[in-house]
Ligand binder design. Structure first.
Ligand code: ATP
Length: 327
C-alpha cells in the first residue's frame, strides 16, 4: 500500500524558559500512514500526541527527523506539503468565533473557488450531516463545545484535503455528543475516502474508528498494530481461575516466581488466581503445578480484556510488544 505520510526519526524537545530544563516530548518516532487509513494516536496525558500532530500540520518545527507528505518534505516545501492537510486542533482554532455557523462554512468553501451553486449544495449537505441546520445562523462563540467541535470537523471536511488531523476530537464532550461525534467520524472515515489521524486518550473512539493504532508513551512508540490484533494478543492469554482451597504463603511465592504478574485474591469461600500468560501452553504448566500441590481447580475463565486494560498494560510496560509494522 502507498504511504501518504512518512514520519522518520522525529524529535521535539521543549526547553523550559525559567529553568532551562529540556523535556523530550517526541523521542525518535517513525511511522507511516497509508492512503485511506484511519490511524489512531493513543497515549496518556503528556505522551506527546499533540506535539506529534502539531509537527505534522506544520505548527511546530521538529528538532530532528523528517515528515514527508505525499512525497513532499514538509521542512523543505512547507506550503506545498501543507496543502494536503486540514487539522482540527484543541480549541478549534480553525473557526471564526464572531461569524455564524453558515458564514464559517461559506468562508472556507469560498476559499476553494467553487461555483456558488456547488458551495450552497455542499454546505446544506454538511449542515444536515452534522445536525447543525437549526443553528446555522448562530454565532460560533454562542455554540456549545460539542457543536463547535462538529462545526470544526465540518470545516475541515470542506477544505477537501486528503489528510485530516484531529487532536482529541471528543475531549470534554458529554457522553451523548461524544457518541455523535464518534459516529460522524466513523461515517466520514467510511464515506469520504480521506486519510485521517486521530489523537485521543479515549479508547472507545480509537476502537470504533481506527484501522490501526500507534500507542505513544513518554514520546516513544510502544505499540503499532491494528486494534483487533492488540485485542487478540491479550484475549487468549488472560485467565481467571477459581480454586477450591487457599494457597499457602509458600505456594503463592512459588506460583508468582514461575508466573510473574500472577495475582492471588483470597476469599473466605473461593480464592481466585488471575494471570496473563505469554504463551497459551503455559496454562497447562500452571495446571500441572496446581495438581502437584493438590490445589483443586473449580472453574477457569478466559478473560475478555477490554482495550483500556490492554492500553494500560502496554503503557505500564507490563507487556513486551513486538512491532508488526516496520518503522
Ligand atoms: N509548549 C510547551 N512547552 C514546554 N513543554 C511542553 C509544551 N507543550 C507540551 N509540553 C510538554 O510536552 C509533553 C508532551 O505534551 P503533549 O501535549 O504533546 O502530550 P499529549 O499526549 O498531547 O497530552 P495531552 O493529552 O495531555 O495533551 C508533556 O510533558 C507536556 O507537558
Amino acid at each position: 500500500m502507498e504511504a501518504i505520510i512518512e514520519v522518520k526519526n522525529l524529535k521535539k524537545v521543549y526547553k523550559k524558559r525559567k529553568t532551562k530544563e529540556s523535556l523530550i516530548a517526541v523521542d525518535d518516532i517513525s511511522f507511516s500512514v497509508n492512503r485511506g487509513e484511519i490511524l489512531g494516536l493513543l497515549g496518556p496525558n503528556g505522551a506527546g500526541k499533540s506535539t506529534m500532530i502539531k509537527m505534522i500540520c506544520g505548527l511546530l518545527i521538529p528538532d530532528d527527523g523528517s515528515i514527508i507528505v505525499n512525497g513532499i518534505n514538509t521542512q523543505k516545501k512547507r506550503l506545498d506539503a501543507l496543502r494536503h492537510i486540514s487539522a482540527v486542533l484543541e480549541g478549534n482554532r480553525n473557526l471564526y468565533w464572531r461569524l455564524s455557523v453558515k458564514e464559517n462554512l461559506e468562508y472556507f468553501a469560498g476559499n476553494r473557488g467553487l461555483s456558488s451553486k456547488d458551495i450552497a449544495e455542499q454546505i446544506e449537505g454538511l449542515l444536515t450531516k452534522f445536525n447543525l441546520k437549526d443553528k446555522e445562523n448562530e454565532l460560533v462563540n454562542r455554540l456549545s463545545r460539542g457543536m463547535q467541535q462538529k462545526l470544526a470537523i465540518a470545516v475541515a471536511m470542506l477544505a477537501d484535503s486528503e489528510i485530516i488531523l484531529l487532536d482529541e476530537p471528543t475531549l470534554g464532550l458529554d457522553i451523548e455528543t461524544s457518541y455523535e461525534v464518534r459516529e460522524l467520524l466513523k461515517s466520514i472515515a467510511k464515506g469520504y475516502n480521506r486519510t485521517i489521524i486521530i489523537s485521543s486518550h479515549d479508547m472507545d473512539v480509537i476502537q470504533a474508528i481506527c484501522n490501526r493504532t500507534i500507542v505513544i508513551n513518554y514520546g516513544k512508540v510502544v505499540a503499532n498494530d491494528n486494534v483487533e490484533n492488540l485485542l487478540r494478543l491479550f484475549e487468549v492469554r488472560s485467565y481467571k481461575i477459581q480454586l477450591g482451597d487457599h494457597l499457602t504463603d509458600r505456594q503463592y511465592k512459588m506460583l508468582v516466581e514461575k508466573f510473574p504478574g500472577l495475582e492471588y485474591i483470597p476469599d473466605s469461600i473461593q480464592s481466585t488466581i488471575e494471570v496473563d500468560l505469554n504463551h497459551s501452553k503455559e496454562i497447562y504448566d500452571l495446571f500441572d503445578v496446581l495438581k502437584l500441590e493438590h490445589i483443586p481447580v473449580e472453574t477457569i475463565d478466559r478473560q475478555t480484556v477490554n482495550f483500556e486494560e490492554i492500553f494500560m498494560k502496554i503503557v505500564k510496560g507490563e507487556k513486551e510488544y513486538a512491532m508488526v509494522y516496520p518503522s
